[in-house]
Design a binder for this molecule. Structure first.
Ligand code: GGG
Length: 361
C-alpha cells in the first residue's frame, strides 16, 4: 500500500499505561500500514515532573493527529491544587462525546457448553452528567454538592450514535437468523425526573427516526442486574455518563475482565482509544500487565481510520483490524496468559503471541 501515513499520537500516561501502550504500538508497527507515531506526555507523573497534567503541546499534538492512543492515568483521590484529570480534560477539550465499550464473549462450544454468547456495546455519554465538574462545598465543608448536567443536544447526539451503531452492527451480522438491531435506553427517570427525564424523552424521540431498530427502556438498577445475569439479551445500550461508566465495567466481566476491555472515545473531529483499565500501580513496572485491552484499542483505532481512509486503502486497514481481533481471541483462548487471566506470562510474551498470530493467520 502506498498511501500517505496516518499520524497517531501515543500517550502512555501513568503506571501500566507505559507498558501496555508500547505493546499496542508494536502490534500496529507489525502491520504493513502507513502509520507514523508521535509520543507525548500526560498524567499524574507528568504533573509531578512539570506541573501540568496535560501540557499544551500534548493537547495541540492531539488536535493535529489522526487519532490518539491513550494508556492510563492515576489521578489522586484527594484534591491537589492545579491538578485536573487529563483524560477527563482531553475528552472535554476534544469534544469526545461518545464513549464506546464493546464486550464480546465467545459463544458456547462443545468444550465449554456453559459459555455465554455475549456481543454487546455500551454507548456512554462522555461530556456531561455527574462528570460535568460542577462540584462545590457549602456549610463550611459540611455539605458537598455535585450538579448533574443533562442537555438535549448531548443526549440527542449520543442516542443517535447508539442507533446508528445498532443499525451498522445488524447489517454486519448479515445472517438470516441474526438477531435484529436493538437499543436499550438506560435511565432512572422515575427518580431523577428532570435530568433522566430529559434524557429519556430525547432518546425516545430519536428512536422514532429508526423504525428498523427495536428500542426498549430500562431502569439503571434493573439493567445492572440484567447485565450480570442475562448479558446475551443486550445489543447496544445507551446511557448517561456515570451510569455508563459503571455499567460498562459490569459488562466487561463477560469479556474476560478489565484486562480485555477496550474503549473508543469519539467526537465529530477527533478520536481517542484507551483500555478501560487504569494505571494499576500495584503491578506497574513488573512487566505482567495484560496488553490485550490496549491491543484491542489498536484494532478499534484501525476501524476508525478505515472509515476516514480513501476507498482503495480502507479494506486493507479493516483486514488488519480483523486480524488483530482474531489474534486477541486466539491468545485469550489458548494463551499465553498474564496473571489476571490465571497465567504467568509477561506482557512481552502475550504481545509476541499476538504479533506472531497476525503475521501468520
Ligand atoms: N484508561 C482508563 C483510565 O485511565 N482509567 C482510570 C481513569 O479514568 N482515571 C481517571 C483519572 O485518574 O483521572
Amino acid at each position: 500500500m502506498n498511501a500517505s501515513p496516518f499520524t497517531l499520537l501515543v500517550i502512555p500516561g501513568d503506571g501500566i499505561g507505559r507498558e501496555v501502550v508500547p505493546a499496542a504500538v508494536s502490534v500496529l508497527r507489525a502491520t504493513s500500514l502507513p502509520l507514523r507515531f508521535v509520543e507525548a506526555d500526560a498524567g499524574w507523573e507528568c504533573f509531578r515532573r512539570c506541573g501540568e497534567a496535560l501540557p499544551s503541546p500534548t493537547l495541540e499534538t492531539a488536535r493535529a493527529a489522526d487519532a490518539v492512543l491513550f494508556g492510563a492515568v492515576a489521578s489522586p483521590s484527594h484534591p491537589v491544587a492545579g491538578y485536573r484529570s487529563p483524560i477527563v480534560r482531553l475528552r472535554r477539550e476534544l469534544d469526545l462525546y461518545a464513549n464506546i465499550r464493546p464486550v464480546f464473549a465467545d459463544p458456547p462450544t462443545a468444550d465449554d457448553p456453559h459459555a455465554r454468547r455475549v456481543d454487546l456495546v455500551v454507548v456512554r455519554e462522555n461530556t456531561e452528567g455527574l462528570y460535568a465538574g460542577r462540584e462545590r462545598v457549602e456549610d463550611g465543608g459540611a455539605t458537598a454538592i455535585a450538579e448533574r448536567v443533562i442537555t438535549r443536544r448531548a443526549s440527542e447526539r449520543i442516542v443517535r450514535v447508539a442507533f446508528d451503531l445498532a443499525r451498522a452492527r445488524c447489517a454486519a451480522r448479515n445472517a438470516n437468523d441474526a438477531p435484529p438491531a436493538k437499543v436499550t435506553i438506560v435511565h432512572k427517570a422515575n427518580v431523577l425526573r428532570e435530568t433522566c427525564g430529559l434524557f429519556r424523552t430525547v432518546a425516545l424521540e430519536v428512536a422514532q427516526a429508526y423504525p428498523d431498530v427495536r428500542a426498549e427502556e430500562m431502569l439503571v438498577d434493573t439493567c445492572a442486574l440484567q447485565l450480570a445475569t442475562r448479558p446475551e439479551r443486550f445489543d447496544v445500550l445507551v446511557t448517561t455518563n456515570l451510569f455508563g461508566d459503571i455499567l460498562s465495567d459490569v459488562a466487561c466481566a463477560w469479556g474476560g475482565g478489565l484486562g480485555l476491555a477496550s474503549s473508543a472515545n469519539l467526537g465529530e473531529r477527533y478520536a481517542l482509544f484507551e483500555p478501560v483499565h487504569g494505571a494499576a500501580p500495584d503491578i506497574a513496572g513488573k512487566g505482567i500487565a495484560n496488553p490485550l485491552a490496549a491491543i484491542g484499542c489498536a484494532a478499534l483505532l484501525l476501524d476508525y481510520l478505515a472509515r476516514r481512509a480513501p476507498p482503495d486503502v480502507a479494506p486493507d486497514i479493516l483486514a488488519w483490524s480483523a486480524r488483530i481481533q482474531r489474534a486477541i481471541r486466539h491468545v485469550r483462548a489458548v494463551g499465553p496468559h498474564t496473571p489476571d487471566l490465571g497465567g504467568n506470562a509477561a506482557t512481552a510474551e502475550v504481545t509476541e503471541a499476538v504479533i506472531a498470530h497476525i503475521l501468520t493467520s
